[in-house]
Design a protein around this ligand. Structure first.
Ligand code: MRU
Length: 351
């Protein structure tokens, strides 16, 4: 894939002392960086969605631990566990946050001494993020294979996606959007339908931004248009990411994903979930066990600070929903394509 692009779209940078996050709240029209100098600010940046997308939430959690160690050199044990637990509370649905932090803590605990924890954690995090690039590329190739298996080798695909799952969400190529980018690079894509993704507008602001930077033809649609598009045969396949995939294949992703999957099933459009193995939570058996983040109602009631709804109105703002595995045509991760029976095949590939 085009590495220049990763430079242009990389959402996080580390200068050896501080973390810099491309402020995703104000994209696409302003590209500004937020400096994050300690674990407390890192937690806030994740919560406020300066940085977002399950993989990047996880990587920011790692940097949060590194930042804590910068200020607490030589410390480990209970104090480190407490800092890690605090970071894990920033956003509850993406399992990547807890997964990445726990992996780092286990790695640190296996070290013989604590006095160089900061350097060890810094190096670990850099290597972990570099590995994600390989994993994302593998996923993109598996994704194209899955589409070929279901739709044949043809070009001119009209693909649809929801939320943002590209460089901005993953720090590298992307998951669902990674498949789309690679397919476009291979001249297989006619156009991409970009779901607007209310209320945070990840589709219209971030996915459209990434597609525009890569010169991939796309059109933004409001979420309510999905049924119209599919009924009229305008969508060949849908690809989305995931914040958590549980043991039976039920998948939490940005609110609106489940509606899209139900409509896709109705019209016979293949529906793929693309996510790294770090987004699987095999300890949870089914989707009802996933905590769904509830965000501030103001995200819905107002737009850019201007009140849209009547003053008297309130709102309910679940940030994610759960797509039943029965609606999913295939789950793609860096290790391969998982088809139903999900309970058996997820276990077979991942454990
Ligand atoms: O609230 P967000 O923007 O963090 O939600 C992001 C999504 O729902 C993505 O689809 C998901 O994290 C997968 S990103 C590869």
């Amino acid at each position: 894939m085009n590495t220049d692009m990763s430079e242009k779209l990389a959402p996080m940078r580390w200068d050896g002392k501080d973390l810099y996050l491309l402020d995703q709240r104000i994209l696409p029209h302003r590209e500004e960086w937020v400096r994050v100098g300690n674990a407390q600010d890192c937690h806030k940046a994740i919560y406020d969605m300066v940085v977002r997308g399950a993989p990047c939430i996880g990587f920011s959690g790692l940097w949060g631990v590194v930042l804590w160690l910068k200020e607490n050199k030589g410390k480990g044990g209970a104090a480190l566990s407490e800092a890690a637990s605090f970071l894990k509370t920033a956003r509850p649905t993406a399992v990547n946050l807890a997964y990445e932090i726990d992996e780092l803590l286990s790695y640190l605990q296996a070290q013989s001494q604590t006095d160089n924890y900061f350097e060890v954690a810094e190096e670990y995090t850099q290597k972990r993020i570099a590995l994600a690039e390989e994993q994302n590329l593998a996923m993109a190739k598996w994704g194209i294979k899955a589409i070929e298996e279901d739709l044949g080798k043809g070009a001119d695909l009209r693909l649809m996606t929801h939320c943002n799952t590209g460089f901005l969400a993953c720090g590298t190529i992307g998951t669902a959007l990674g498949v789309i980018s690679l397919a476009a690079e291979q001249s297989r894509v006619k156009s991409v339908w970009v779901d607007e993704t209310r209320p945070y507008m990840q589709g219209i602001r971030l996915t459209a931004y990434e597609l525009a930077k890569q010169d991939i033809a796309h059109k933004v649609v409001v979420e309510g248009a999905a049924s119209h598009l599919m009924k009229n045969g305008l969508v060949d396949a849908i690809l989305v990411g995931a914040d958590r995939i549980v043991a039976n294949g039920d998948t939490a992703n940005k609110v609106g994903t489940s509606t899209l999957a139900i409509v896709a099933k109705h019209y016979g459009v293949p529906f793929y979930v693309v996510a790294p193995s770090s987004s699987f939570d095999l300890k949870t058996e089914q989707g009802s066990g996933i905590e769904i983040e509830l965000r501030n109602e103001e995200e819905i009631l107002s737009f850019k600070g201007d009140r849209v709804a009547p003053r008297e109105s309130s709102a309910f703002n679940p940030s994610f929903d759960v797509t039943d595995s029965s609606l999913i045509t295939g789950i793609i991760c860096e290790k391969g394509i998982i088809r139903p029976d999900y309970v058996k095949n997820i276990k077979g590939l991942l454990s």
